[in-house]
Design a protein around this ligand. Structure first.
Ligand code: IPE
Ligand code: IPE
Ligand code: MG
Ligand code: MG
Ligand code: MG
Length: 296
């Protein structure tokens, strides 16, 4: 497998600098809130959603400058979801990206508010970012898709199902539905953002829609595998946390072998979807493989 960092160096630099520039400086009031926002977003994470935007955009011929804003918007939304996910009322985790979780480093109220402030900032970027060279219509499509992807029929709904499933057995369809919502919709939105920036047509949108759906599921299955098989040091999260909380996960419900097999099938399907995209989609294929084979 190609080294993720080598493939993505330029994109990782772009997203880090964009995030730094859109986040309020830590010394402007309310300083503690701004410090918590920056702590939660900067200097960590794989940036897989931004990387998916850049990789899809490069397959479709979109300039990286146009994609910086959408990439930052998605990553801010993701950071918001992680802060809430780690709270004592949810997964009650202390370690994230190899650092103390936001509520541990600051306090619960500050963590909740930092997440609250990241969410509207994401929409503001989509509405106003002046480096985005795309039709106003494409901005509206992105705002619409992101609001759906994070709402009660997207990430937030999936998180609600996840909490309600602790200690329960879900069947495969219920589990897939939960994964699609809590994780899949935001990954899917990343890929579609690039397509909207390219003003892509129906065929390409349909293809990417199925590609992204497969990858979103595969991403969460790999996350659940790493909770069992991974190293705390490498994943930057407490290994074994899902088992401790009785989370409904693919390996817990159907076994590790089945989880690995399913994620490989999803990858194969995803790669088949974009087989016709030609050499320009090679980075996107590498990122897809990384999603299923990653150790972090
Ligand atoms: C973790 O996401 C939460 C899930 C949706 C599984 P990532 O694995 O992308 O976390 P970071 O951004 O790299 O820390
Ligand atoms: C998280 O799923 C999904 C979202 C944050 C929306 P997990 O609870 O498995 O994510 P990690 O393992 O804490 O990163
Ligand atoms: Mg969770
Ligand atoms: Mg969690
Ligand atoms: Mg997890």
């Amino acid at each position: 497998m190609m080294d993720y960092t080598t493939l993505t160096t330029e994109w990782l630099e772009r997203i880090e600098s964009k995030l730094d520039s859109v986040l309020p400086p830590a010394d402007t009031p309310p300083a503690r809130l701004h410090a918590a926002m920056r702590y939660s977003v900067l200097g960590g994470g794989k940036r897989i959603r931004p990387v998916l935007i850049y990789a899809t955009g490069s397959a479709l011929g979109v300039s990286a400058g146009t994609l910086d804003g959408p990439a930052a918007a998605i990553e801010l939304m993701h950071a918001f979801s992680l802060i809430h996910d780690d709270l004592p009322a949810m997964d009650d985790d202390q370690l994230r990206r190899g650092k103390a979780t936001t509520h541990v480093e600051f306090d619960e109220a500050t963590a909740i508010l930092a997440a609250d402030a990241l969410q509207p900032l994401a929409f503001r970027i989509l509405a106003t970012d002046s480096a985005m060279e795309c039709q106003p219509e494409a901005r509206l499509q992105m705002i619409n898709l992101l609001s759906e992807a994070c709402g009660s029929k997207g990430m937030t709904g999936g998180q609600s199902i996840d909490l309600g499933a602790e200690g329960r057995k879900l069947d495969q369809q219920e589990l897939e539905n939960m994964y699609r919502l809590k994780t899949g919709r935001l990954l899917h939105a990343s890929i579609l953002f690039a397509a909207y920036c390219a003003h892509a047509n129906g065929d390409i949108l349909n293809t990417l829609d199925r590609f992204a759906d497969n990858l979103g599921l595969a991403f969460q299955i790999r996350d659940d595998i790493l909770d069992i098989d991974g190293e705390t040091q490498t994943i930057g999260k407490q290994q074994g946390a899902d088992l401790e909380r009785g989370k409904a996960t693919w390996p817990a419900l159907f076994g590790m072998e089945a989880a690995k097999q399913k994620s490989n099938e999803l990858l194969d399907d995803a790669l088949t979807q974009i087989a016709g995209f030609g050499p320009a989609a090679e980075p996107l294929r590498q990122v897809a493989r990384f999603i299923v084979q990653r150790e972090l």
